[in-house]
Design a protein around this ligand. Structure first.
Ligand code: SF4
Length: 318
């Protein structure tokens, strides 16, 4: 191996990166283009509630070229131009249905939107972000059929494994619902991933490291980590102002220490898509890690894993 340490996922990076996972699958660099397909969410349209999850402001998570006034094709073409200006060697793109709950509509409407995306040149597959309670039988049947024809990944907002936290942040579902969604997707052969938030009120690193056994037991192919970013104008901003002690502080160095320990205990076959989140500087209500770019996060994680001579799964216990 010419002195290069190769990990089970096939490269010398100390964690199994989603970029590498896609490169192995598609033979080149693949980029995700977020689209806003105009969906809503049962936690906002009064089915479960109207205020949404206490931390949610979708505008903070959407790039500027996304917009529900544009068609899926227009958004994808603009996304492709945006990326092409920055990256020369791109093997293709995945359409990322990101905003709100992207399976929350009748199947016929889902079919029109997803299949429009798949007709766009160079779109090699789709990633659909949704809530675990928005996957009824009919939707699952359709997704199963679609996954047999194209590259499809369903990304579930897990956020926390703790029912008390899920209640507190008004998610409108419990962790059992999340487990059930993964079980159903997996049973149908549909690739799936998850999204976690570290720093929700009432939680701390001991809880996250204890709950990793629940995360490791899910049939996940990929995972995203986000440190809590408190967004201006949200219910969570008000809670943070009135009860700051409920939030475990995660300055950059603390987060890097925590996330490297977490990665060391994470199942090695799970590809990590994000190590931390970033929203445009106009959105956060608190100072956070302003000015620290994502590539600095990646570098710090890699450095820390090297310092402690660890890698993803080194301390994983099945
Ligand atoms: S489920 Fe998603 S879109 Fe709906 S309120 Fe919560 S974070 Fe926002």
């Amino acid at each position: 191996m010419d002195g290069i340490l190769q990990y089970p996922w096939g490269d010398d990076r100390r964690y199994h990166s989603y970029t590498h996972f896609l490169r192995q699958r598609f033979g080149g660099r693949l980029l995700k283009i977020p689209v806003d397909a105009g969906f809503s969410c049962p936690n906002r349209d009064s089915t479960l509630g109207t205020g949404g999850c206490t931390y949610c402001l979708n505008a903070a998570f959407n790039p500027s070229y996304c917009g529900r006034n544009k068609s899926i094709t227009e958004q994808l073409e603009e996304g492709k131009s945006f990326y092409r200006r920055r990256n020369r060697k791109i093997a293709g793109y995945l359409a990322y249905f990101q905003a709100f709950s992207n399976t929350y509509a009748p199947v016929g409407q889902l079919q029109n939107l997803y299949e429009e995306a798949l007709r766009v040149h160079d779109i090699q597959g789709i990633v659909i972000a949704t809530r675990p309670d928005c996957l009824g039988e009919e939707v699952l049947d359709y997704l199963q059929a679609l996954s047999e024809k194209t590259c499809l990944c369903v990304e579930i907002g897990i956020e926390s494994c703790c029912d008390e936290t899920l209640r507190h942040i008004r998610r409108g579902h419990d962790f059992h619902c999340t487990q059930e969604a993964f079980r159903q997707l997996h049973a149908r052969g549909i690739e799936c991933g998850g999204h976690l938030i570290f720093g929700l009120p009432g939680e701390n690193p001991d809880i996250w490291l204890e709950d990793i056994r629940l995360i490791n037991s899910l049939p996940l192919q990929m995972l995203k980590f986000h440190q809590l970013q408190i967004i201006r104008g949200t219910e969570m901003e008000r809670e943070h102002q009135s009860h700051p002690g409920a939030f475990y502080p995660l300055p950059f160095d603390t987060y890097i220490d925590f996330i490297t320990t977490y990665i060391s205990r994470l199942r090695p076959d799970i590809a990590i898509e994000r190590l931390a989140g970033a929203v445009p500087s106009r959105y956060p209500a608190t100072a956070g890690w302003q000015g620290i770019r994502y590539d600095a996060v990646v570098k710090a994680v890699e450095q820390r894993l090297a310092e402690i001579d660890s890698h993803q799964g080194k301390h994983f216990s099945p």
